[in-house]
Each structure stands twice: as structure tokens, then as C-alpha cells.
Write a protein that binds this ligand. Structure first.
Ligand code: CP3
Length: 351
């Protein structure tokens, strides 16, 4: 079990993640580090995001930018879910405006040979170095480490690029279940190695992103995806960091995602937070303001923010977030106002 530094003992995010009352409702934003920030665009320049991630001083600075600007209750590591696969030489890049692109997608059993075990300290030492630099500067603010869940990473490796239908992925999953299981098992091990290395270096919470799991029906998710995600979450059990599990469009999967073993279930904006809570009894929840609402005039944003808080009704175990990532075109000033509003009006004392 990792020992958290004493200054993190009362961090609202870590308390809320455990379902405990906190001094305030913690808030952070998925994709808080990124293109909505002018200081990000200025620093990042051109080129692949993977090059920026390989530069610890740069990646650490980008991780810290939103913490300074917004006063959020957590940093999230500046990295990407395809970093481990890229680091072992699977041939992945991230194309701006598109996302992960794979030159030779995963199609047959022979492709398993291209997925050797990921050894973080040899294959991607820059990640732990970035974590160490960030944690040194963060003080009492937790750093969230993360990995892509096996299904979502598999979908990129199989499709070769972002997909709307996940046709090739589902065909392989349902048509060649043994190969699918072998693939997901390797991706689970990759996520485990990556997350453990981030925690070892100082991350004090982790999030497992199964962003595209909402493409699946509950029975297919339960049979073909949940076991691999559960393996990842179980490997992170008992090491002293809370585990958040998130996907988009997962209203019908929330209870299964809770069963996969996370402490906190992330909720997108399609399910009202009170309804979501009832689907994951005993778990903390994270969410769930619609990111697009933040483009509306401030009184609308404020009302929708208050609606999320009202639906939680002061219960402990709520981490405020968007229902998915910050939109690149968003005015960062709006997010700063959301943070202030959540801190002023959010209660997490159960009173
Ligand atoms: O602020 C943060 O959230 C931390 C950094 C972060 C990035 N990617 C940086 C990034 C995190 C947590 C991710 C995870 C990630 N990457 C996910 C899961 C989260 C989610 O949104 O559901 C997924 C699905 C990916 C794959 C990926 N990488 C996509 C779909 C894209 C967007 C493509 C685009 O340009 O629109 C990326 C690229 C990416 N990852 C950017 C950033 C800041 C933007 C591109 C850039 O700056 O070059």
C-alpha cells in the first residue's frame, strides 16, 4: 500500500472518492489540460501530442496549467490512452482533430505478437518522470493518473482510427471470442502496469477510461468487456488510491460498471445524477454537467451546475465534473466560474 503524503490526507477529491464527507464538493474537468487553454496552445506548438507527452518538463507544465487557472481539486496527468501501445511499438499516432490512428490495425492472432508486455520504466520512463515533477509542485492537490480500459483501447487498435459503429471491433469480439479475450487480457496487463507505475511515482487517484463502452449492450458488455476491466481495477485494489471508472453513453451500463470494482463511477450528462446514484448503490459518483451547456450564456450554465448539485442533495461521495471532456472552443473563464460556484454552493456533508 502506498503512503499518501500527509498534506493529501484531507484532500476533498480523495475523501469524496471514498464516499466520505469533505470540506467542499471537489471539482475537476476531463480534458481540462488541452486546446481550450491559450497557454496550452502556446506551449504545445505543432507536432504529435505523443512528442509533447515524451517531454516531462513540458508535460508537467501542461498538467499544472489548468490547476493554476481554475483552482480545480485535482490535476490529471497530461498523457493519452494510447501511450503504452505506442511505447511498445504497435505503430500508433494521434492525429490532431481525429485522434488515435494505427498504421497496421489488429486483425488476426498473428497481431498478438506485436503486443508484447509493457514495461513502464523501460518503455515509457518519461511518464513517471512527469508524475514526479507534477507531484512536487502540486502540494495538497491530488494528481489523477489514468489508463484506457481494454475495450476502448482495443477499439482503436482494431478499427485503426476513431469509429462510429465499432463494426470491426464487435465482429472480432463476437466472431472470435478466444482471440478477443487474449487481446483484452494483454491490454488489461498493459493498463495495470501503466497505472501501477503512475501510482508508484506519486499519483494519488486513478481513472480507467472506457470512453466508448456505451456502444455496447449490457449483455455484451458483461460477457466480453467487464472481466478485463475488473481485472485492471482488482489489480489496483488495496494500494491506497481510489479508482474512478468512466464511459460515455453508459446509462444502461452504470450498474455493471460499478460491479467492475471501481470506487467511483463516472456519469455522462444523459443520466440525471440522482438516477445514476441509485444505479450504483454504495459507490461515489463523478459528473455530470453537459460540456456543451458551457457554451450557453452564464445564467444557463449556473442553473445547470446548480441542478447537478441539487440532484446530489449534499450526499457525500460526489465529485463534480463534466459528463465528458471540455470542448476545445470553450471560453476557459466559464470553467473558472463553474469551479467557484461548485465551491461556494456545493455541500458534501450530508446535511
Ligand atoms: O486534460 C486531460 O484530460 C488530460 C489529458 C488527456 C488527453 N487524452 C490529452 C489529449 C487524457 C485523460 C486523454 C485520454 C484519452 N485519449 C481518452 C479518454 C478520455 C475521453 O475523452 O474519453 C481518449 C478516448 C483518447 C484518445 C484521443 N486522444 C482522442 C479521441 C483525441 C482527440 C482528437 C482531437 O484532436 O480532437 C486525442 C488527442 C488528445 N489527447 C488531445 C489532448 C489534449 C488533443 C490533441 C492535441 O493537443 O494534439
Amino acid at each position: 500500500m502506498t503512503r499518501l503524503p500527509p498534506e493529501l490526507a484531507d484532500a476533498p477529491l480523495l475523501r469524496a472518492a471514498r464516499g466520505l464527507p469533505a470540506s467542499r464538493v471537489p471539482v475537476w474537468f476531463m480534458r481540462q489540460a488541452g486546446r481550450s487553454l491559450p497557454e496550452y496552445r502556446a506551449l504545445r506548438g505543432e507536432g504529435s501530442i505523443l512528442d509533447a507527452i515524451r517531454d516531462p518538463a513540458l508535460a508537467a507544465e501542461i498538467t499544472l496549467q489548468p490547476v493554476r487557472r481554475y483552482g480545480v481539486d485535482a490535476a490529471i496527468l497530461f498523457s493519452d490512452i494510447v501511450v503504452p501501445a505506442a511505447a511498445i511499438g504497435f505503430g500508433v499516432d494521434v492525429t490532431p482533430g481525429i485522434g488515435p490512428v494505427v498504421s497496421q490495425p489488429f486483425r488476426t492472432a498473428a497481431d498478438l505478437d506485436r503486443l508484447r508486455p509493457f514495461e513502464p520504466s523501460l518503455d515509457a520512463p518519461y511518464v513517471a518522470e512527469t508524475v514526479r515533477l507534477v507531484v512536487r509542485d502540486l502540494g495538497a492537490t491530488p494528481l489523477i493518473g489514468f489508463a484506457g480500459a481494454p475495450f476502448t483501447v482495443a477499439s482503436y487498435l482494431i478499427e485503426g482510427r476513431p469509429s462510429r459503429t465499432y463494426g470491426l471491433t464487435k465482429a472480432l469480439m463476437l466472431g472470435e471470442p478466444a482471440l478477443w479475450r487474449a487481446l483484452l487480457d494483454r491490454l488489461a496487463d498493459m493498463a495495470i502496469a501503466s497505472l501501477l507505475a503512475q501510482v508508484e511515482a506519486g499519483a494519488s487517484a486513478i481513472q480507467l477510461f472506457d470512453s466508448w463502452a456505451g456502444a455496447l449492450s449490457p449483455d455484451v458488455y458483461a460477457e466480453h468487456v467487464l472481466p478485463a476491466s475488473a481485472k485492471v481495477l482488482a489489480a489496483l485494489d488495496g494500494i491506497g488510491v481510489p479508482r474512478i471508472h468512466f464511459g460515455v453513453g453508459t446509462g444502461e451500463l452504470l450498474s455493471l460498471m460499478g460491479e467492475a470494482g471501481a470506487d467511483v463511477v463516472g456519469v455522462d450528462w444523459r443520466v440525471p445524477l440522482d438516477v445514476a446514484r441509485a444505479r450504483v448503490p454504495g459507490k461515489a459518483v463523478q459528473g455530470n454537467l453537459d460540456p456543451a451547456v458551457c457554451l450557453a450564456p452564464w445564467p444557463v450554465v449556473a442553473e445547470r451546475t446548480r441542478d447537478v448539485l441539487r440532484r446530489n442533495a449534499g450526499r457525500p461521495g460526489h465529485i463534480f465534473n463534466l459528463g465528458h471532456g471540455v470542448l476545445p472552443e470553450l471560453d476557459p473563464g466559464v470553467l473558472a466560474q463553474v469551479v467557484d460556484l461548485v465551491h461556494e454552493e456545493g455541500r458534501s456533508d450530508g446535511s
